[in-house]
Design a protein around this ligand. Structure first.
Ligand code: S3P
Length: 195
């Protein structure tokens, strides 16, 4: 029998592709690496807000901080994210400070699904300590900076639609955890429409 006419089974990822998925959280938690893999798994485009800010400014993030100052970076970050949220659904990794801005946070919450990737500060300190390119860590103990950021930023991150705890596992494990959380969120949303 020729089953060309049989209805094709629905793609279980389709519902997850309706809105942009924005990853928020502290530096080093894997927003870009998990985001890139999540986008591939869901067959969505991937955008990295830090890279987009660099492209718009024609400078690296350390250069923007050094030559223009942090307020100029924050201003550019806010405008770039607002522009990206107008694009068709994609996975968007944000810099650690983006969701702390009240305007950006409100925009993300209204237009996208925000996912807070959360991990132990010790793990993050080990990760960021190995890399250059983060001006907020310049001449500072990473653990001190991360503690300050956790205290100042967790209330804002806590406003994300979803929180996914990631440990020191392969990024693929975090991707699966995010997909599970997104499915749960969608199911809860569709149930609430019948209440
Ligand atoms: C920042 C985090 C960085 C980058 C900038 C500021 C922050 O992004 O946006 O250096 O304020 O936490 P990552 O979170 O990708 O490191």
């Amino acid at each position: 029998m020729n089953d060309d006419t049989a209805p094709s089974s629905p793609d279980p990822r389709a519902a997850l592709r309706l809105k942009t998925i924005v990853l928020v959280g502290l530096m080093g938690v894997g927003k870009s690496s998990v985001g890139r893999r999540l986008a591939a798994a869901l067959d969505l485009p991937f955008r990295d807000a830090d890279n987009e800010v660099e492209a718009a400014a024609g400078r690296s993030i350390p250069e923007i901080f050094a030559e223009m100052g942090e307020p100029a970076f924050r201003d550019g970050e806010r405008r770039v994210i607002a522009r990206l949220l107008e694009e068709p659904p994609h996975v968007l990794a944000t810099g650690g400070g983006a969701f702390v801005n009240a305007e950006t946070r409100a925009l993300i919450k209204s237009k996208a699904v925000a996912v807070w990737l959360k991990a132990d500060l010790e793990l993050l300190a080990r990760r960021v300590g190995r890399k250059e390119g983060r001006p907020l860590l310049k001449n500072r103990d990473p653990m001190d900076v991360l503690r300050e950021h956790a205290a100042a930023r967790y209330p804002a991150y806590g406003e994300a639609h979803l929180t996914v705890e990631t440990g020191d596992t392969a990024h693929g494990v975090a991707v699966e955890a995010v997909i599970q959380a997104l499915r749960g969120h969608l199911q809860a949303q569709s149930k609430s429409e019948f209440k």
